[in-house]
Design a protein around this ligand. Structure first.
Ligand code: HMG
Ligand code: MG
Length: 316
């Protein structure tokens, strides 16, 4: 009996959107000094990452670890002492509102990311607004950003589950994603904020997402709290998804989502992808170096596996 071909729909190439300087460092108990952040971003660029979320233009009272967002962006984009941004690299930053957009414009960023949750309680705890009020506030952020020539990405958090409300209706989460896309976000990153997702659930969510949004507009942002991030990503790959968020060393977590641990580690994701014959344009050895640099910058052992175990055994 013939077997259905395994991984028949997996794309030949995918893009990795790196979030360690933002999602990673926002969740460290100690604030990393500016020079450490620049060292991390340099290591990411050296590994070939071209889409990097460098910081957040949020309230410094809410996320003190990223209070130096303006200085960081200035050092990266304006300072003649820092090495120039290589061609093709796009830096982005989280922006919750019009105030954040003004800061991003001043910094000269050409991309921002707006973010909200599929659950009312996490949305309120994270950005102090109802879902309805958040969408309203985004009218003052997304369209004006686009008019200023700034691309806008969107996040929907807690799609796989909320730390306060538990299960989330996937239809509701995907309706929010669709609304953000219609408002002008070029891509929507669907977040398993607390890393509770499992493959069958992922299939249900992603089939719905791909039924409502163009393939290129869909990204997955998987936290690995329970060790299921890569399994969920394989489900996305099999459905043809081509955009994945990741964080070197597996840093990350949302301070307003108790129990959330790190994102899928970039080096673990890329090890798996290259082993499956999926191109990323990234240099795995240099990603391992970036993960080790991240460990020395944050001063703790990071949970990513490949930077600890080494790359041995990977097919060329
Ligand atoms: P608020 O207190 O309701 O804001 O916070 P407000 O409008 O009432 O203003 C209060 C003060 O904040 C004012 O200053 C404003 O100027 C200031 P004051 O007059 O008191 O001196 N303010 C700002 N300052 C700097 N930049 C700004 C800004 N906006 C207002 N942009 C707010 C509302 C949204 C600002 C706040 O809740 C906030 O900053 N939240 C950010 C929380 C956050 O960053 N969470 C982590 C990221 S989300 C995540 O990790 C999930 C994700 O990774 C995907 C996933 O995993 O699922 C993306
Ligand atoms: Mg996250």
């Amino acid at each position: 009996m013939s077997q259905p071909e395994l991984f028949a729909c997996v794309p030949d190439r995918v893009s990795v959107y790196e979030v360690s300087p933002r999602d990673g460092l926002q969740n460290e108990s100690a604030t990393v000094p500016l020079r450490g952040k620049l060292r991390l971003i340099d290591a990411l660029v050296a590994a070939g990452l071209q889409r990097i979320e460098i910081t957040s233009f949020v309230s410094p009272k809410w996320i003190p670890q990223l209070a130096d967002a303006d200085e960081l962006a200035e050092a990266l984009l304006c300072s003649p002492t820092h090495r120039p941004r290589p061609p093709g690299v796009r830096f982005s930053a989280l922006c919750p509102n019009a105030r954040g957009l003004e800061r991003a414009k001043k910094a000269g960023l050409d991309e921002i990311a707006v973010f909200m949750s599929a659950s009312e309680t996490h949305n309120k705890k994270n950005i102090n607004k109802s879902i309805e009020a958040t969408i309203k506030a985004f009218e003052e952020t997304i369209a004006p950003a686009r008019e200023a020539g700034i691309r806008v990405r969107g996040y929907v958090s807690t799609v796989w589950g909320c730390p306060y409300e538990g299960d989330i209706d996937p239809a509701r989460a995907i309706a929010i994603a669709k609304q953000l896309h219609e408002m002008g976000c070029y891509q929507i990153s669907l977040g398993d904020t607390i890393g509770s997702g499992t493959p069958r659930q992922t299939r249900d969510i992603m089939v719905r997402a791909l039924g409502e949004l163009p393939l290129e507009a869909v990204a997955m942002h998987m936290h690995d709290t329970r060790g299921t991030a890569l399994a969920n990503i394989v489900v996305g790959l099999e459905l043809g998804v081509r955009h994945f968020d990741a964080s070197v060393g597996g840093m990350g977590g949302c301070p307003y989502a108790p129990g959330a641990a790190g994102n899928v580690a970039t080096e673990d994701l890329v090890y798996m992808l290259h082993g499956m014959g999926v191109g990323t344009g990234l240099d795995l050895e240099r990603l391992v170096e970036a993960a080790k640099a991240a460990e020395s910058i944050v001063g703790r052992v990071l949970p990513g596996k490949v930077h600890q175990a080494g790359i041995r055994s990977l097919r060329a």
